[in-house]
Design a binder for this molecule. Structure first.
Ligand SMILES: [Fe+2]
Ligand SMILES: [Fe+2]
Length: 487
């Protein structure tokens, strides 16, 4: 028995104005890393609890013990992360930004088109069958066709669809995306019979890992809002600690290795007019302190990856840089939290055949896409419709607006090597598989706000999507009704 160690542990407990039983201090002193185990257990005490017992300690440590022996390491590798914002609002920078976008997608589209001409060249090739690649600078829908104006470094050209198929393809095209058109040149106008989007390569298969462990997805928790669903969220935290009765759910909770949080962790302050009236905590640093207190109850062996959203304390322009220590010190101190930018690309479980790549994006552009065309009118109810459109455009925020950081690169391009595409923002769950990618929106942990009531939005709060990395099946666990659905 190490008396000195037990004295040191006791001192730690007394410093925190807490008490501990003799059995608990003996049990903790026998752990591999006693000080860390004690700190972890203290963090998980409720505000009204002051006595640390063996029961409390065992409950908070049990999952770690169960998971020892897995052949795979819990690993998080950041592949793409934007930690600086080189925002320069001048014409040259905006021009460089669009040139970078055009050049990137030209490389993607060129191998899939025939007799591709620059717009200036095509204008002089009357009657010739050819292909064009350009940025959409205008879109008009007439009774029988869609008129798209294309732009490339050589000029601008008007195009018109000439078939029902091309009309259908043009429905989901939005301003500023890069597309290829196939057809023929007429008098000052190009006749389009086929539209090609960058899209993901065909024939992609869903990657399945060997390890049957799970990833969980959260977003839009909105801590600080009077509508924050504290009770349901606390149930969720207990669930992560394997406090469940059903064997099926215990199989999941015992094997969760990763949690992604896609922004709007807190409600923030000053995000929209009169927001203050809807807050129970108006100090954003205190909102983050509470977030740290809550997330610290998640077992330490589960890695948590967090990107910011438009309610978080970082600049609004995308890409948004990760939440820093200055604003969220307690969160940044938690050993199992990785802060990343919005968007970011993160690889998990690397030692298991290279792991899975998750594209994490809060999803603010979903609003602009829904507003752009009636094709997306169901987007708030079914965000996966918009996510599919973004995936086909291979761009997270194609419509240009001042909330995009313009620089020599286009940071919002969607890479081809992704397995999971995770968004939030619209507060509605949605999921779909497409060409080996699982797209999902993780809903919210905030009740319906007055603003959502006004807009007619129907949020789906209290649902947790989880994916099994071996089968790649998804389940939605409902913490309102205490039930799960396989989707
Ligand atoms: Fe939100
Ligand atoms: Fe949001």
């Amino acid at each position: 028995m190490n008396i000195q160690l037990q004295k040191d542990l006791l001192r730690l407990v007394i410093e925190k104005d807490l008490q501990i039983t003799t059995d608990a201090i003996r049990l903790i002193s026998e752990q591999k890393n006693p000080k860390k185990a004690l700190e972890n257990s203290i963090r998980k005490l409720e505000a009204n609890e002051f006595l640390l017992t063996t029961t409390h300690f065992t409950k908070t440590q049990s999952i770690s013990e169960r998971k020892i022996g897995s052949p795979f390491k819990t690993e998080v590798s950041i592949i793409q992360n934007f930690t600086k914002t080189p925002y320069v609002d001048d014409l040259q920078t905006i021009s460089d930004f669009f040139r970078a976008r055009y050049n990137h997608f030209k490389k993607v589209l060129s191998p899939r088109t025939n007799n591709t001409m620059s717009l200036a060249h095509a204008e002089k090739a009357k009657g010739e069958k050819c292909s064009l690649i350009g940025i959409v600078s205008d879109k008009r829908v007439t009774k029988n066709s869609v008129i798209l104006e294309l732009e490339d470094p050589t000029g601008v050209l008007k195009t018109i669809t000439t078939s029902p198929e091309a009309n259908k393809q043009a429905e989901s095209i939005v301003l500023d995306e890069v597309i290829a058109l196939e057809g023929s040149m007429g008098d000052d106008i190009f006749f389009t019979n086929n539209i090609i989007q960058p899209d993901l390569p065909t024939g992609r298969h869903m990657k399945k890992l060997s390890d049957s462990s799970y990833v969980a997805f959260l977003s839009d928790i909105h801590i600080g809002s009077k509508k924050f669903l504290r009770k349901e969220f606390k149930n969720l935290l207990e669930w992560f600690n394997s406090d469940v009765e059903s064997d099926m759910q215990r199989e999941i909770t015992d094997n969760i290795n990763y949690i992604f949080i896609a922004g709007d962790l807190v409600d923030g302050i000053g995000v929209y007019p009169n927001q203050k009236d809807g807050l129970y905590e108006t100090d954003i640093t205190k909102q983050y302190t509470e977030a740290a207190k809550l997330l610290s109850k998640i077992p330490e062996n589960i890695e948590i990856i967090i990107c910011p959203g438009n309610h978080d304390y970082t600049h609004l322009a995308q890409p948004q840089t990760p939440l820093t220590k200055d604003i969220a010190p307690e969160l940044n101190e938690l050993n199992n939290i990785t802060m990343v930018s919005n968007p970011s690309l993160v690889n998990i479980h690397t030692s298991d055949g290279g792991g899975l790549n998750t594209l994490l994006y809060h999803g603010t552009s979903i609003d602009t896409i829904i507003a752009s065309d009636k094709t997306f009118k169901e987007g708030y109810k079914h965000p996966e419709i918009v996510m599919l459109a973004l995936l086909k455009k291979r761009h997270l925020s194609p419509i240009y607006s001042s909330d995009l950081v313009t620089s020599g690169q286009d940071s919002m391009v969607i890479p081809s090597d992704i397995d999971i595409f995770h968004t939030g923002h619209v507060h509605s769950n949605g999921a779909m598989n497409y060409r080996g990618v699982t797209m999902l929106n993780s809903g919210t942990w905030q009740g319906k706000t007055d603003f959502q009531e006004l807009c007619g939005h129907e949020p789906t709060p209290g649902n947790l999507p989880v994916i099994n990395m071996k089968s790649r099946e998804m389940q939605l666990i409902n913490f309102y009704k205490n039930e799960s659905t396989r989707i």
